[in-house]
Design a protein around this ligand. Structure first.
Ligand code: HAM
Length: 436
């Protein structure tokens, strides 16, 4: 039986046109975050499994992480996220780094998920994190960077919504206001995290199942459901309005709105699946009806670096996936036309390959990216190849052309031909490249 040509389920091959798209996406991301002073780092794709066991969250570790035992009997994971890795790296050089530390990375991550629109088993994720800032300035900058990335992709603010919540407020809601035990509170927050994937009736039934009979009898379920109806901070019950986290959220929303980021809102149901978040959490949602997924997810996680036995480092960051971003750009018609990196195809006329070398070399030296029609003596076939590759120009080089130092430049889209010197040809092609 012949081997399958399909990639592993839920993973992608990147043919040159896909890689071109990826280069565009990553290029814009890099440019945007570097504008804010973020520096790129990287790390191995394999980590000891225990790195994720402490704080990544049960669902990701037990159900979604690819693990194996290596030849030395070590439990190894293919990284499902970058946050524990970057925390490990910061902890390793805790004393030597210059804070605030602004780092970014675009790792390939693996999670054993059910492949569907916006969700694959591997994705690339821009991670942007700021280490060493304990106050709201860090959240403000990080969310501003997230917004700036989408603005750089030419998105309009009505295309996405930035949703905010706070783990401190969730704790206050579940433990102080609803007076749940720590275990009940934790289980309920995990259930709220899955709320939008469930039928309302199912959600209520599961929420009630978490409560004890006496809690149910005392009307706690109704109190909880009423709480979930809060659409703004002002809708929260008076007792919760006093909580410090509400003031923090208010300040952050005001600061962002003042800097022009008006599409920010409080979302009481935003939980974020990871156990390491300690305070404000946020997600950026695509408003397109076909992509009801988050584009970015992040928050403050002040306790992760200290898991490595060093002093804690306050940290805020986010991850943005390439799959959801691509869906976003395509659905909102923001994806630009992308062209081949190659500027021109040299069509060789006759057996003059060796004699043509100096001219070809000159084209490259003058700054063009040049592919040559080797291995095919038929002119037609060489042109066909250039067209199939989506190139805009071909240059014909034959004995006459070399003798007269005048070459035919064929515009493969317009099907026009002009005769010029190599220098002139280079300037025409460069102008075209600049203006397209
Ligand atoms: P996350 O919410 O799991 O957060 O992922 C962040 C983003 O990555 C999501 O909003 C989505 O765009 C994308 N993403 C996640 N899983 C998949 C998947 N299976 N297929 C396609 N795209 C996916 C984190 O991973 C945190 N570690 C982010 C972070 C960084 N928090 C602080 N710093």
């Amino acid at each position: 039986m012949a081997l399958s040509t399909q990639p592993y389920k839920g993973a992608r091959d990147f043919y040159p046109e896909d890689k071109r798209l990826q280069k565009y996406l990553f290029g814009v991301m890099r440019k945007a975050v570097e504008k804010y002073g973020y520096e790129e780092y990287d790390a191995p794709i394999l980590e000891p499994l225990e790195l994720y066991q402490a704080k990544t969250g049960e669902e990701i570790v037990n159900e979604q992480t690819y693990t194996f035992t290596d030849r030395g009997q070590r439990q190894v994971a293919i990284r499902p996220e970058m946050t524990p890795t970057v925390s490990r790296m910061v902890a390793a050089r805790r004393q030597d780094l210059a804070y605030p530390l602004r780092w970014y990375s675009i790792p390939n991550l693996w999670r054993y998920e059910r492949p569907q629109r916006g969700r694959l088993r591997e994705h690339w994720q821009l991670n942007v994190d700021i280490f060493g800032v304990a106050d709201l300035g860090a959240e403000q900058e990080i969310i501003e960077v997230a917004d700036y990335i989408l603005q750089t992709f030419k998105a309009k603010r009505d295309m996405y919504t930035i949703k905010l919540n706070s783990r401190q407020l969730v704790d206050a809601m579940t433990q102080d206001y609803l007076k749940l035990s720590e275990v009940e509170a934790f289980t309920l927050s995990k259930l709220i995290d899955r709320m939008h994937k469930m039928e309302p009736g199912e959600f209520i039934a599961q929420a009630e199942a978490i409560l004890s009979p006496s809690e149910r009898e005392s009307g706690l379920s109704d109190k909880f459901q009423a709480l979930l109806q809060s659409k703004t901070l002002e809708d929260l019950p008076a007792e919760l309005q006093q909580h410090a986290s509400v003031e923090e959220l208010r300040k952050l929303i005001t600061a962002l709105t003042n800097s022009g980021i008006t599409n920010v809102e409080f979302d009481i149901t935003l939980m974020r699946g990871f156990d390491y978040y300690t305070d404000i959490v946020f997600e950026v949602f695509d408003n397109h009806p076909e992509n009801n997924r988050s584009l970015f997810g992040g928050g403050r996680y002040d306790g992760l670096v200290s898991l490595f036995g060093v002093e804690p480092v306050p940290t805020v960051g986010f991850g943005m996936g390439d799959v959801t971003l691509q869906n976003f750009l395509e659905s909102h018609n923001l994806m630009p036309q992308l062209y081949s990196e190659t500027d021109v195809y040299v069509v060789i006329i006759g057996e003059i390959y060796a004699q043509a070398q100096p001219a070809i070399k000159k084209l490259r030296e003058m700054g063009l990216k040049v592919a040559v029609g080797i291995g095919d003596s038929k002119i037609d076939k060489q042109i066909k190849t250039a067209v199939k590759k989506g190139l805009h120009y071909a240059i014909f080089i034959g004995e006459n052309e070399l003798n007269n130092e005048s070459f035919v430049l064929k515009n493969l889209e317009g099907q026009t031909e002009e005769k010029h010197s190599l220098e002139r040809i280079v300037s025409i092609i460069k102008d075209h490249r600049k203006n397209r």
